[in-house]
Design a protein around this ligand. Sequence first.
Ligand code: PLP
Length: 341
Amino acid sequence: MIRGFGSDNFSGVLPEVFKALEEVSYGHQPSYEEDIYTEKAIRDFKSVFGENCEVFFVYNGTGANVLSLSAYTQSYHAIICTETAHIYTDECGAIEKQTGCKLLPVPTFDGKLSIGLIENHMNGFGDQHHSQPKMISLTQCTELGTVYTPEELKEICDYAHAHGLFVHMDGARLANAVVSLGCDPKAITVGAGIDVLSFGGSKNGMMFGEAVLFFNPDLIKEIKYVRKQQMQLHSKSRFIAAQFSALLKDDLWLRAAAHANRMAQMLSGEALKIPGVSLTQEVQGNEVFAIIPREKIDILQKKCFFYTWDENASEVRWVCSFDTTESDIIEFVNILREEIC
Ligand SMILES: Cc1ncc(COP(=O)(O)O)c(C=O)c1O
């Protein structure tokens, strides 16, 4: 059956990850991250991102974002993000509930923050009636499938730090950004000045689990207690750790993402050949945002699922995964052509 384009978490699990889960399942290991597999996964992360990072494993992306943003904030703080940020639109107020912070959303055209946009919310400092801006949260790749360059990130981080703010990166799709830019993962994270990173696993071939990487561990709260209170400490920790070790081994995370990105390029290229289809964003990662005839959306979704992004604009989102195949795309584009032409 044709795979749909609903989301990259509609996909299954990478065979290497599945194998790792099975391999660590034999015998007993101490729980709560005292096991040898957690120690190894932390070393694996340090070999990619450098020694000066603290790694915390969590269950899901919302948990990763909540933990990241809790580390630097008090409830009287505010967090600047985009209007399309997952933390603002799709986490059911988890950030507000868990951190107590106010979210300050910024409208954007392409899902990316810039200093000019951030400045709109840089006020009220020292005013006891006003939530105090303390963090900037950005997403890489963005929720609109676009990618920040290392220079853009460094500019935002330098600005934030000069004004006493910290920067969080929601990297649910970090791997797609790394391969899109062809850069060292450090260049768009710790090297650019990011303070804390939610590192995605589930969208890139894991069964479950995400990681939070703190790049200036001296400045954070006693985070192990915070994670436990947030119910994100997995007792059989080896099952998250082993998946990450498998993903990081021999750059599997980047190979999986490179495939997903290639599929998105193929899909957008083929879809654009159909009259009546246009793109709203540059395809830089594994997501395609397209305008298609409104009256065809329902019919097409029944044949091959994807989400409507903006009903008024007749805009849809197609997401490719590590397991999307060329024949999935050919079949879907044929369906598109048949319905639209
Ligand atoms: C940008 C982004 N951040 C975080 C998440 C993680 O969310 P979840 O809590 O569902 O794992 C998602 C998933 O859709 C996402 O797209």
